[in-house]
Design a protein around this ligand. Structure first.
Ligand code: GLN
Length: 500
């Protein structure tokens, strides 16, 4: 394939190329669809691609451009995580349970992005129902990390992350319940943002754990993420937790000139939680993080140590709460209201049992069982209620920390992408790798992961920045200014065909 330079440029450059008619929306969509066709067999980042449908959307975008009615995303191709309902198109959640489910309606974010004129390239692979950190529990097979064959792409939005990293899509949507945008972004060397809980409507986003789930964005840079994020936020009365706040133009905001151009991060106080820099972090991650922090300081940021003493409770609290909510949310997939129905059964109860046993994979079944257990009489107080109390303590830790600083920093994950299968026999070991991302969801705060180096095996390292509620602009601004001075976000895996 002759590399067309447009597959690896910022969304703002695609915007200009479209506006100046250097390329049409149809040509741009075809470029990415061709790349998916050529490269996705080696990655398995997509579950569904419908070329005709994408090209029809691109033609509509071209018509809109011709009428001078284009918005910032008109004609920009993107991929949707397969947890988002898309009208008339398969929405599987990477489960056998929904393997033939064609949604009758669009998720709110899908509607918003359609209205903006973005062109959907397809639906990306993920962990089944978002349960996992490696995109290996998919009914459609695992996603491969574009940086290293045989390694995981992270999860659960691993398909979106791999697609963006390999430049099969310029930007992609994801969802993040306990790290599912940030951790795959880290594993694939791209930028991923999970905003404040309530900023993005959950309507039509198939629920894992409703009090933790939040839509998010994946892109090559903070600037690309900013463009997508602004288009996805906004009040939606159909989600009772959607927040009625004015939509912010993040892309415009982060490009406002810094007061002191030589020290663009002057005035940013970044807290380093001691618990995030304790032992348990691999040497490669520590070294990359320290270099990036030195760069943040060189750009004018101040760093200081802070404490998040209840961090050690995040994993147990997160997994108790998320499994409890999942067991309730997934009860609708019973072969009657939704989902796969067994071909043969003796009676109603047998039909439920067989349908759910056949339709759900092992991890999903494990979580439904555990979630039902922690909510059951006699155990509710011992597990679920305790977990809710820990959740409050974790949120209060953050509140105290944000009295002293405006952003917090740490690794996104304690390890880089592991070999496929390495953790499959030990689910708890995989849960433990979510230590730095889950506290952010428990508190409902915004978090971002950006690439900050590579480990000795050549795998990308992600740095996580956490902001106070509604500080997305500050978070994106800090990372945008860091990225203007560094080039980690420009590195591409060899499979992408981009110049190194
Ligand atoms: N890795 C976490 C889990 O397996 C979080 C997943 C997510 O954010 N959807 O539950």
């Amino acid at each position: 394939m002759t590399p067309d330079p447009l597959f690896d440029v910022p969304v703002s450059v695609l915007r200009r190329a479209l506006d100046e008619k250097k390329v049409s929306c149809v040509e741009l969509a075809s470029l990415f669809l061709d790349r998916i066709e050529a490269l996705d067999p080696g990655l398995n980042a997509f579950i569904t691609v419908d070329r005709e449908r994408s090209l029809a959307e691109a033609r509509a975008a071209d018509a809109r451009l011709a009428r001078n009615e284009a918005g910032p995303l008109t004609g920009i191709p993107l991929a949707h995580k397969d947890v988002l309902c898309t009208e008339g198109m398969l929405t599987t959640c990477a489960s056998k349970m929904l393997s033939n489910f064609v949604s009758p309606y669009d998720a709110h974010v899908v509607t918003l992005l359609k209205q903006a004129g973005a062109v959907c390239l397809g639906k990306t692979n993920m962990d089944e129902f978002g349960m996992g950190s490696s995109s290996e529990t998919s009914y459609f097979g695992p996603v491969t990390n574009p940086w290293k064959p045989g390694h995981v792409s992270g999860g659960s939005s691993g398909g979106s992350a791999a697609a963006v990293a390999a430049r099969l899509a310029p930007i992609a949507t994801g969802t993040d319940t306990g790290g599912s945008v940030r951790q795959p972004a880290a594993f694939c060397g791209i930028t991923g943002v999970k905003p404040t809980y309530g900023l993005i409507s959950r309507y039509g986003m198939i629920a894992l754990a409703s009090s933790l789930d939040q839509g998010g964005v994946l892109g090559a840079s903070a600037e690309d993420c900013a463009l997508l994020l602004s288009a996805m936020t906004g009040f939606d009365p159909r989600d009772s937790t959607s927040l009625d706040r004015p939509v912010e133009d993040y892309a415009a905001g982060i490009n406002a000139p810094a007061p002191d151009a030589t020290r663009p991060l002057a005035g940013f106080t970044i807290g380093m939680p001691r618990e995030f820099f304790s032992e348990g972090m691999s040497d490669g991650i520590r070294a990359a993080l320290e270099d990036a922090l030195a760069q943040y300081r060189a750009l004018g940021a101040t760093t200081r140590a802070v404490d998040l003493p209840n961090t050690r409770f995040a994993i147990p609290a997160f997994y108790v709460i998320s499994m409890a909510e999942a067991s309730s949310n997934l009860s609708r997939f019973d072969g009657v209201r939704y989902g796969h129905r067994a071909a043969e059964y003796a009676d109603l109860v047998d039909m439920y049992c067989k349908s759910r046993s056949e339709g759900f994979g092992a991890e999903v079944q494990r979580r439904i069982l555990t979630g039902t257990f922690v909510l059951s009489h006699g155990y509710y107080d011992a597990y679920y209620l305790q977990a809710q109390k820990l959740r409050r303590l974790i949120a209060e830790d953050f509140k105290r920390a944000f009295a002293e600083c405006d952003l917090l920093v740490g690794p996104t994950a304690p390890v880089t992408a592991w070999a496929q299968g390495a953790m499959s026999d030990d689910p708890v070991q995989m849960y433990l790798a979510d230590i730095y991302t889950t506290p952010v969801n428990l508190a409902g705060l915004p978090g971002l992961s950006h690439p900050c180096g590579f480990d000795a095996a050549g795998l990308p390292v992600g740095m996580q920045l956490i902001g106070n509620y509604f500080s997305e602009m500050r978070l994106l601004t800090a990372v945008h200014r860091f990225q203007q001075a560094t080039d980690w976000h420009l590195r591409r895996p060899p499979i992408s065909g981009a110049a190194a």
